[in-house]
Design a protein around this ligand. Structure first.
Ligand code: ZN
Ligand code: ZN
Ligand code: ZN
Length: 304
């Protein structure tokens, strides 16, 4: 069971999930807990010999009922590959799985905010290489969602709609786009290759999307991740986060977008959060978004 403590001085919740110390840490390929359970093989988390997409409760949850939820989403039963190498139909199906989990967890009394995410690469602390993501159902609205809601209030309209408009007008940070979705590096990006993938139409969550929009969202996300991998010709570590409207009783707000926070500044150099970032909460970036956007845009075109 996790414990929540409120940090008065910082004004935010801290979650203590100490049982997570026992998590499976980079097991050998043969002992991958996210593989299907093959006849004669070891028993895994998934008790079937083959599957397309599997969702189950995290065995080492940061949150669990009656105070939130933590789930694992396995993208494929094949151990190798990544989100980028999924067949387009599978990536599209994943959008429907995300939508279903958002709906189901969001309907729970003990969940105020549903966050779908993927950590990729040992650089961001991944403990299992099998292509997968996670979902947390927070029993409160976390600070980043609160700040995005505050931005809507400050601007007097949907901040995501307003920002997308100005990104499209400017154009220098746009990475790729299709009929329904735009990928760009934000004007005030913190990470060198940070990216945001936004629905053109105002959609509070995946539940508001048309089937075509879900397909085009999957396509844009895959194009971006392929571009990331092409950028330095190596698997590109990142944290990918799906931001959607909070699901609790309070007025909804929010506009679906998927944010990527990659820690690499160059092929070898990682950005560390140090003095200013940790002590002042002010991010000091070493690169200019317009320049990173040029390099990443080229890599996306190359990886097509
Ligand atoms: Zn595996
Ligand atoms: Zn909007
Ligand atoms: Zn966001």
């Amino acid at each position: 069971m996790s414990e929540l403590r409120f940090d008065e001085l910082g004004g935010e919740q801290v979650v203590y999930a100490i049982h997570r110390q026992d998590r499976t840490f980079l097991p050998s390929r043969e002992r991958c807990p996210l593989d299907p359970t093959r006849p004669g093989g070891p028993e895994t988390e998934i008790p079937v010999p083959a599957f397309e997409i599997a969702v189950f409760d995290n065995r080492f949850p940061a949150f669990e009922a009656p105070s939130g939820a933590a789930e694992v989403v396995v993208y494929t039963d094949s151990h190798d590959g990544s989100f980028a190498t999924l067949a387009p139909e599978r990536a599209e199906a994943l959008m429907w799985v995300w939508r279903h989990r958002y709906q189901e967890l969001g309907a729970r009394e003990d969940v105020e905010y549903v966050m779908i995410f993927e950590n990729r690469g040992v650089e961001v602390g991944v403990t299992l290489h099998h292509p997968h993501g996670q979902i947390y159902g927070y029993p409160f609205v976390p600070p980043i969602a609160e700040r995005e809601r505050a931005a809507d209030q400050r601007l007097g309209e949907c901040a995501t709609c307003a920002l997308l408009r100005s990104e499209l007008e400017d154009g220098r940070r746009v990475l790729c786009e299709n009929e329904s979705v735009v990928a760009h590096i934000p004007y005030a990006a913190r990470w060198a290759f940070e990216a945001r993938v936004t629905l053109r139409a105002h959609r509070a969550s995946l539940l508001d999307c048309e089937p075509d929009e879900l397909r085009l969202l999957a396509g844009a996300l895959q194009a971006l991740v392929r571009g990331y991998d092409a950028l330095f010709a190596r698997p590109f570590p990142y944290v990918m986060v799906v931001h959607q409207a909070p699901t609790g009783a309070q007025p909804a707000g929010g506009h679906l977008h998927v944010d990527f926070y990659p820690p690499l500044r160059t092929a070898e150099k990682l950005k560390y959060l140090a003095g200013s970032e940790q002590g002042a909460g002010t991010f000091i970036a070493d690169t200019v978004p317009e320049e990173s956007a040029g390099a990443l845009r080229e890599a996306i075109a190359r990886a097509k």
